[in-house]
Write a protein that binds this ligand. Structure first.
Ligand code: WQD
Length: 381
């Protein structure tokens, strides 16, 4: 089967974005639409608000009835809905975000996480292959590395046991997708390992909108800045890091979204190793490029900036962005946290032709604009 991406213009390509109403998904949908791709979002809205589609159309200037963007409200577990979707739209490639993603919740509800994230992806892959769709970009995570042996983390770094069921589902799905390629080399698989996605589209119209009290640092800091929460709890200041607080590689969500567009290019053989060979990350999968010259195989890429920032660095950057001081208090370490991780970013630069453009201050400026314009997120919008 010829790779449906090869030589096709964006305007002739349809991308199924599962979880496309979510934080990273919605930013990716904007980038795809602005480059002319046709987009079908499949999302069960379990962690998203449909108002996001109005905002996406506002950003891209798309009329409400413009078919360049379609939406199907469904779970990836719903085989019938997936069958209808693949029968209705000429899908060429899948960008797969849909999945539960709260670390703490995954510890309390492991079965729900394995069922939704793993079983749901198996249903998606089965229906896709029945419709001849074998191109998938998967939303993976640096959490698959577990506690790193050393930093910066390269894609060849060993995958240690993830410290929670959420991370385990990411690791399992990487293996499932790799084995899917090994069993049928017509597949094109890209595993994108996100570090810490933060910030928002510079319009201030879309951004991170967690339900309830935020688990992650940035939305928590932003809600303190906007007055919804009293102070930031800093989970430990006794780590072996410059100021004792946890260090992470924060990456602007728009940079991250553009990494997904670059992954489509990689799939179509647009960039990559000079020999055009199949490239894999830690799994040394080698195989011929397909007869039609496109690449097949598993591409594994870190999406980060290559820079580590501590919790205190982030608080200070956000203070610069919002122009006010942000109170915080040091609390005990959070179970399962690692001291430090940040990405080696050479492979994405050399083979995807992608690198992050925005720094921590820009991430906080854009995040603040979203939060201050939408103190309650999409609620009541
Ligand atoms: C960042 C740093 C905390 C909150 C996880 C997942 C990853 C992705 C992002 C899903 C750490 C500290 C945090 C707070 C704090 N998940 N912190 N006070 O844990 O690096 O990554 O979320 O999309 O896959 O693993 O992100 O933002 O929770 O924590 O001090 O209130 O901030 O200890 O050092 P994390 P995080």
């Amino acid at each position: 089967m010829a790779n449906r991406l090869l030589g096709k213009q964006a305007q002739d390509t349809t991308v199924l974005v599962t979880g496309g109403a979510g934080f990273i998904g919605s930013h990716t949908v904007v980038e795809l639409l602005q480059r002319g791709y046709n987009v079908v979002v499949l999302d069960d809205l379990s962690n998203a608000n449909p108002v996001v589609f109005d905002r996406i159309r506002q950003i891209t200037g798309l009329a409400a009835d413009d078919p360049q963007l379609a939406f199907v409200e469904a779970s990836i577990l719903d085989r019938a809905a997936l069958e209808r979707t693949f029968s209705t739209f000429p899908i060429d490639v899948i960008i797969h975000f849909a999945g539960f993603k709260a670390v703490g919740e995954s510890v309390e509800k492991p079965l729900e996480y394995y069922w939704n994230n793993v079983a749901g992806t198996l249903v998606l892959l089965d229906v896709a292959r029945q419709h001849g769709v074998k191109n998938i970009v998967f939303s993976s995570s640096a959490t698959v590395y577990g506690e790193p042996d050393s930093v910066p983390l390269t894609e060849a770094a060993p995958k240690h046991n993830a410290t929670n069921p959420y991370g385990q589902t990411k690791s399992m799905l990487e293996q499932i997708l790799t084995d899917t390629y090994i069993g049928d080399d017509e597949w094109n698989v890209v595993l994108l390992r996100y570090f810490n996605p933060i910030g928002a589209h510079d319009s201030g119209l879309i951004g991170e909108d967690p339900k309830g009290i935020p688990n992650n640092l940035l939305p928590y800091v932003a809600q303190v800045a906007v007055g919804k929460l009293e102070r930031v709890g800093v989970f430990g200041d006794d780590y072996p890091t410059p100021d004792g607080t946890g260090v992470r590689d924060y990456v602007h969500v728009v940079d991250l979204a553009r990494g997904h567009v670059a992954a489509l290019g990689w799939m179509a053989g647009a960039s990559g190793t000079p020999d055009g060979g199949v490239v894999a990350g830690d799994a040394s999968i080698s195989g011929p490029a397909a007869a039609d010259g496109t690449r097949r195989g598993v591409g594994i890429f870190n999406l980060g900036t290559g820079n580590g920032s501590s919790v205190i660095d982030v608080i200070h950057a956000f203070e610069r962005a919002c122009g006010q001081s942000i109170p915080y208090e040091v609390k005990p370490r959070r179970a399962g946290d690692i001291a430090e991780n940040y990405a080696a970013v050479d492979k994405a630069r050399e083979q995807l032709g992608w690198q992050a453009a925005y720094d921590l201050d820009r991430m906080c400026e854009d995040g603040w604009r979203w939060q201050s314009n939408n103190p309650n997120g999409f609620e009541g919008a």
